[in-house]
Design a protein around this ligand. Structure first.
Ligand code: EPZ
Length: 433
C-alpha cells in the first residue's frame, strides 16, 4: 500500500507552480459532453478525480483524446442518445462529482441515470437541492435500485431558490438549465471561483449565463452548444495548501500561477497570525520566520474562509502560540484528522462542529493515516513541520486532488518520498540520515 514517508523540520524554500482547479475541472469536463463539437481543455489537473470522471464519460461513449497530462479533447457526439445513459456505481463510488453528468446529460439528452452518491468521509452530503432544481426545470426524478433516474419531455426555465448555498447544486442546475426553454434564475447560488470558471466555459460554448460569482445566476436557454477551447483557472485550494506548508515549516515560498483575489480569506488570516504574504499579479510569496499567533476561524461559503482549507489551517494554528477556535459550518464530520494529529503531539479538543486548539511548540513524527483528501494534505504539512520521521498511509485520498504533491514539496526542499514497503522506508531513513 503506497504511503508517504517524511523527515520533518526542513523549512520549505523556493518556487512552486500551481495546477488547474480540480473542482472547476470536474464541472467543466462533465459540461463538455453537452456538445457534438470538440472541446479542447487545458490546464486540467492530472489527478485521480479528473481521471475517474474521464473514464465515466468514456463509458457512456464520449470521445476522449488525451493530448498530454494536462490537456484533453472531448466530444459528446458518440454518446448514445437513445440508449441508457447510465453512470454506474463504479464511478460514483470513486468520486461523487460524477453526479455532474446528471445535469449535463439531462440538459442535453433530457435523460440521465446515475448511481446515487453515498455519504463520504466528511459528512452525509445529501443532494436534495440538486433534485429540487432538476424538478423545478420539469424533470421527473426517480430513485430506483440506488440509481437516480432523471427524465424530461422538455426542460423549461424556472426561478429556483436554493435552501442551502451548495456548490454542487449550483453547478448541476446550471448544467441542466443552459439548454432549457426560456430563462432560469438560481437564487442563493454558491459564488466559488470554480462556479465562475464553469459558467465561463459554458458561455464559451455558446451558453448565456450571467451573474456567476454572485448569489443570483441568470441563464437564458439556448438551442445547442458548440465546441470550444478553454484553460482552467488555477486551484485556489492547492495554492492555499502550499501557503500553509510554507508557514508551518517557517519557510519562504513563491507560489506561482495563482489568482491572488481567490486567496484573500487565506492571506488575511495568515497575515493576522503574523506570517508575511506578498501579492503579485499571478503569484503570492508566503513566509514566516518565527512562531505565529492564535486566531479564530469559521468556515463559510466563498468569499469566506474555505472549508477545504480548514484542516491545513488547523495544523498551522496547532503550532501557533495561544488557543485558537475553528468552527466548521459546512460539513458535519471534518475533524477526523484530530485523532491522527494527537499522535504527533497536537492538543486539539473537538466539541460538535468546533475544535479548540491549544498551540504547542512542535510536533514529533509518527505513523498516521489520511482520513480524507484535505486532512491527508494537512497531515503531510504536519509531517514536514515535525521533529523526526512521519509515515502517512492511505495517500490515495491525497492523490485524488493533488498532482505530484510529493514532487512539488521535494522541489521546495521537503524531505518526502512515496514508498510502498517497510524496506523503502528504511532506505529513505538511511538516505536522509
Ligand atoms: C464541493 O462539494 C466541493 N467538491 C468540496 O470540495 C467543497 O468542500 C464543497 O463544495 C464546499 O465548498 C467539489 O467541488 C467536487 P456543497 P459539494 O454542495 O458540492 C449541503 C474537496 O476537498 N447540501 O457546497 O458536495 C451539504 O451537506 C471537496 O475538493 C445539502 O444539504 O458541497 C453541505 O453541508 C471536499 N443539500 C453544504 O450543503 C444538497 O443538495 C455545502 O455542500 C447539497 C449540499
Amino acid at each position: 500500500m503506497e504511503q508517504y514517508v517524511i523527515k520533518g523540520k526542513t523549512p520549505l524554500r523556493g518556487e512552486v507552480v500551481i495546477g488547474g482547479a480540480k473542482n472547476a475541472a470536474l464541472g467543466i469536463l462533465a459540461a463538455a459532453v453537452m456538445t457534438d463539437g470538440h472541446c479542447k481543455i487545458e490546464n486540467m489537473p492530472n489527478v485521480r478525480d479528473t481521471n475517474v470522471l474521464l473514464q465515466a464519460m468514456e463509458a457512456i461513449g464520449a470521445n476522449i483524446r488525451r493530448i498530454d497530462d494536462n490537456t484533453v479533447d472531448i466530444s459528446g457526439k458518440e454518446i448514445d442518445a437513445l440508449g441508457n445513459i447510465t453512470i454506474d456505481n463504479e464511478f460514483i463510488r470513486k468520486i461523487r462529482a460524477s453526479y455532474y453528468l446528471i445535469g449535463a446529460l439531462l440538459g442535453k439528452y433530457k435523460k440521465a441515470q446515475v448511481a446515487l452518491p453515498g455519504g463520504c468521509d466528511i459528512g452525509s452530503r445529501p443532494i436534495d437541492q440538486h433534485i429540487k432544481g432538476f424538478e423545478a426545470l420539469g424533470a421527473t426524478i426517480r430513485i430506483e435500485h440506488g440509481m437516480i433516474i432523471a427524465e424530461a419531455d422538455e426542460l423549461i426555465g424556472s426561478h429556483i431558490y436554493l435552501d442551502v448555498v451548495s456548490v454542487g447544486a449550483t453547478i448541476n442546475i446550471m448544467l441542466a438549465a443552459v439548454m432549457a426553454e426560456g430563462r432560469t434564475i438560481i437564487e442563493n447560488a454558491a459564488k466559488e471561483p470554480h462556479i465562475v470558471d464553469i459558467a465561463n466555459f459554458l458561455n464559451s460554448m455558446g451558453a448565456n449565463i450571467k451573474g456567476a460569482g454572485t448569489d443570483v445566476i441568470r441563464i437564458k436557454g439556448v438551442k445547442e452548444l458548440h465546441g470550444t477551447e478553454y484553460s482552467i483557472i488555477p486551484d485556489q485550494i492547492e495554492a492555499g495548501t502550499f501557503m500553509m506548508a510554507a508557514v508551518a515549516t517557517r519557510g519562504d515560498v513563491l507560489i506561482k500561477n495563482v489568482i491572488p483575489k481567490h486567496l484573500e480569506a487565506i492571506s488575511a488570516k495568515l497575515i493576522e497570525i503574523g506570517a508575511t504574504v506578498e501579492e503579485f499579479d499571478e503569484a503570492v510569496r508566503v513566509s514566516a520566520t518565527h512562531r505565529l499567533k492564535q486566531t479564530n476561524i469559521k468556515t463559510l461559503p466563498y468569499p469566506g474562509f474555505p472549508t477545504d482549507m480548514q484542516p491545513q489551517m488547523a495544523i498551522t494554528l496547532a503550532l501557533s502560540e495561544g488557543t485558537s477556535i475553528i468552527t466548521e459550518s459546512i460539513f458535519e464530520n471534518r475533524f477526523k484528522y484530530v485523532d491522527e494529529l494527537a499522535r504527533m503531539g497536537a492538543k486539539i479538543k473537538v466539541e460538535g462542529n468546533t475544535a479548540v486548539i491549544e498551540g504547542v511548540e512542535g510536533f514529533t513524527g509518527a505513523k498516521v493515516s489520511a482520513p480524507d483528501l484535505r486532512a491527508g494534505a494537512a497531515l503531510v504539512i504536519a509531517g514536514l513541520a515535525a521533529e523526526g520521521f512521519t509515515a502517512i498511509e492511505k495517500i490515495g485520498y491525497i492523490q485524488r486532488g493533488y498532482e505530484n504533491f510529493e514532487g512539488k514539496l521535494r522541489a521546495l526542499g521537503g524531505q518526502i518520498e512515496k514508498v510502498s514497503s517497510e524496506k523503502e522506508i528504511q532506505k529513505f531513513k538511511l538516505k536522509v540520515g
